[in-house]
Write a protein that binds this ligand. Structure first.
Ligand code: C5P
Length: 220
């Protein structure tokens, strides 16, 4: 129906940062709050969808019978949770800020202070979104791009490289956009490279705009 355009659809959303352990008490992380992904999840439910939200560590709460919340810590855990559910879903949106690198060795005991420098070697994490793009069959797959320079070109490159149906670009040049903010300013780009640009808005409003763009393409 018109009011519930996502009725019968299953949606997978990733949100938040990942934490990559250094030792039992320390990790590498980033400033993602998870807000954008959680707002996308809530909006999807209000449009009729069933949602699986795979969330890294956040302070956000969520009580919603139509959302299955899977909490993970590391990129590898997020990867496993996403692949477990991917075959089942119609739409997947990767809004998480996944760490590109993790410590190569995780110390079983707290690392002690020592004289001089401490070197931590990092190794690459899997690119979750790219792996979903490679495995894609029927899913409509959406990624995010947060760029500081050559934003449009970089976002289009990611769209192609990761085999996406659309990408949401948020520019750090725009005041009020991106991490740790209650507002965001986005450009939605689909695989035909058709663009929609939006004004600075609150994240719930942005979630609503993103869903309108997706819905107009899955029912096209
Ligand atoms: O390449 P970059 O990390 O900038 O791409 C951002 C997009 O890819 C986001 O949608 C993010 O959730 C996703 N991503 C991912 N796994 C990674 C890195 C990024 O799913 N390891």
């Amino acid at each position: 129906t018109k009011s519930l355009p996502l009725k019968g659809k299953k949606v997978l959303i990733t949100a938040g940062p990942t934490h990559e352990d250094i030792d039992p008490v320390r990790f590498l992380g980033n400033r993602s709050t998870g807000t954008m992904g959680y707002e996308l999840a809530k909006k999807a439910v209000s449009l009729g969808a069933k949602v699986i939200l795979v969330s890294g560590p956040t302070h956000l709460n969520l009580e919603n019978d139509s959302i299955v919340l899977i909490r993970v810590t590391s990129a590898q855990e997020m990867y496993a949770a996403c692949h477990k559910h991917y075959d089942d879903v119609d739409i997947a949106i990767a809004a998480a800020a996944v760490a590109d690198y993790r410590p190569k060795e995780v110390s079983a005991t707290k690392i002690k202070k020592q004289e001089g420098e401490l070197h931590i070697q990092l190794e690459r994490n899997p690119d979750i979104l790219k792996s979903l793009g490679e495995k894609k069959t029927h899913q409509f797959l959406v990624g995010f791009a947060l760029e500081t320079d050559n934003e449009l070109e970089n976002a289009k490159g990611k769209l192609k490289r990761k085999n996406l149906d659309a990408i949401v670009l948020n520019s750090l040049k725009d005041i009020g956009a991106g991490f740790g903010q209650s507002t965001n300013k986005i450009t939605f780009i689909d695989k035909n490279l058709d663009l929609s640009t939006f004004e600075l808005k609150t994240k719930p409003e942005v979630a609503s705009d993103i869903w309108k763009e997706i819905i107009s393409r899955i029912h096209a």
